[in-house]
Design a protein around this ligand. Structure first.
Ligand code: BMA
Length: 327
C-alpha cells in the first residue's frame, strides 16, 4: 500500500482477529450506543466516521423521538464512545442562506485533498444525493450539484481519478425501492455529473444475498491492487428484507472496471443487535477506517437502530474477493 496514504488514521480503533480463519470479526463493544436510555434519539444508525486531528468526528443519522431522521455531528476520543450534538448540522448554500430539507439520512464522509465532503440523501422532491463540504466540521457548505431524484447511496472516491471526481450512486424510487444497481459517474467540478455507467448489477450469478438490490457502502479503500468497494446487498425473505454486505475490487486507474467481486457475503445479520430492531436484519456499512498497516474497521448501522464496528484487514479483503470471485 502507498505508504502514508492512511496516515491520518494512525492508532485508530481496531481489534485482533479471534482466529486465523476469520475474514471479518465484530468489535467486542458492539453495539455502540445505549439507545434505550438515550435522552434525545430513538435510533442512531448508518453513520459516517473519519479521524480528524487525532480524534474522531462523525456525521450520525439520528432519528429524534418524533421519528425525524437528520444528520448530527459526533465527536469521540476512541472511536467507540461518542458524544453527539443534540441539534442537527446546519448546511449553508454558497450564498450564505440555509439549505433546508424535510429530512436527511445515510451520510458518507470523504477526505479529498484538504477538504472533507459529506454525501448524503435528503428527501426534497423525492430522495436524491446532496454534497456538502467542510474543513473544520463547524461550517458545512452545500456544493451545488446535479444529481436527479430518485437516487440514494452516493459515495465519492477519496481522490480525483484521471483529473475527475468520481461518484457511485444507486438510482431508486421514492419508496423502499425493490430494485437497485450501482452506477459510476464523473465530474470536472463536482457540480455537473455525467458519463454515467452501470458498474455493478444485483444478483450476479444468482447469489441470493444480493438478489433484490445492491448499493455502495463506505468510501472505496485504495490498495496496490485496486479500489476495495464494500457494498450492501439485499435479499427478500418471507417476512423481511435482509441487508448483508460484501466486497468487490475495482481497477485503480479505471474504476468502471470490476476486477473481482465476491460471491459470498462478508457479513450478514447474526447477532441479536443486527437481527432485531426498528427494521430487523440490517447490516448497513457506511464508513471504513483504514491505517497504513492495513487494518480496516467498518462502521455499519444495525437493524436501523444502532451502530456497530467490524474489523478486518486489507489483505483479508483482497484474499476474500479473489478466492470467492464471482466472475
Ligand atoms: C434502505 C435505506 C437505509 C435503511 C435500509 C433498511 O433503503 O433507507 O437507510 O437502513 O433501507 O431499512
Amino acid at each position: 500500500m502507498e505508504k502514508g496514504y492512511y496516515k491520518d488514521n494512525k492508532g485508530m480503533i481496531w481489534q485482533e482477529a479471534p482466529n486465523d480463519k476469520a475474514w471479518i470479526w465484530r468489535y467486542d463493544g458492539n453495539p455502540l450506543f445505549d439507545i434505550e436510555n438515550d435522552e434525545y434519539f430513538w435510533h442512531i444508525c448508518n453513520s459516517a466516521v473519519v479521524m480528524f486531528n487525532g480524534e474522531y468526528v462523525g456525521l450520525f443519522r439520528c432519528e429524534d423521538k418524533r421519528g425525524i431522521p437528520d444528520l448530527y455531528l459526533g465527536k469521540s476520543k476512541d472511536g467507540a464512545n461518542w458524544t453527539l450534538e443534540t441539534e442537527p448540522v446546519a448546511f449553508y448554500n454558497p450564498d450564505g442562506t440555509r439549505f433546508t430539507y424535510p429530512y436527511a439520512y445515510d451520510p458518507r464522509l470523504i477526505k479529498l485533498e484538504d477538504t472533507y465532503y459529506t454525501v448524503f440523501c435528503a428527501d426534497i422532491e423525492g430522495p436524491s444525493i446532496y454534497i456538502a463540504k467542510t474543513k473544520d466540521f463547524k461550517h458545512f457548505e452545500k456544493v451545488p450539484t446535479g444529481f436527479l431524484p430518485f437516487n440514494r447511496n452516493g459515495v465519492l472516491f477519496p481522490e480525483k481519478i484521471n483529473g475527475q471526481y468520481v461518484m457511485l450512486s444507486r438510482p431508486s424510487d421514492d419508496g423502499n425501492t425493490p430494485f437497485g444497481n450501482i452506477y459510476i459517474s464523473y465530474s470536472n467540478d463536482m457540480e455537473y455529473w455525467g458519463n454515467h455507467k452501470l458498474l455493478m448489477k444485483n444478483w450476479l450469478n444468482e447469489c441470493y444475498w444480493e438478489r433484490l438490490k445492491i448499493g455502495a457502502g463506505p468510501t472505496p479503500i485504495k490498495t496496490d491492487e485496486g479500489w476495495l468497494l464494500i457494498y450492501h446487498g439485499v435479499q427478500r425473505t418471507c417476512n423481511s428484507w435482509t441487508y448483508s454486505f460484501g466486497v468487490a475490487l475495482l481497477d485503480l486507474e479505471d474504476p468502471s472496471k470490476v476486477l473481482h467481486r465476491g460471491s459470498r457475503y462478508l457479513l450478514t445479520p447474526e447477532k441479536d443487535y443486527e437481527r432485531i430492531g426498528f427494521t430487523d436484519n440490517v447490516c448497513f456499512p457506511t464508513a471504513a477506517l483504514v491505517d497504513d498497516e492495513g487494518h480496516v474497521s467498518i462502521y455499519y448501522g444495525v437493524a436501523d437502530t444502532n451502530m456497530a464496528i467490524a474489523c478486518t484487514t486489507v489483505d483479508k479483503l483482497l484474499e476474500f474477493v479473489k478466492k470467492f470471485d464471482n466472475k
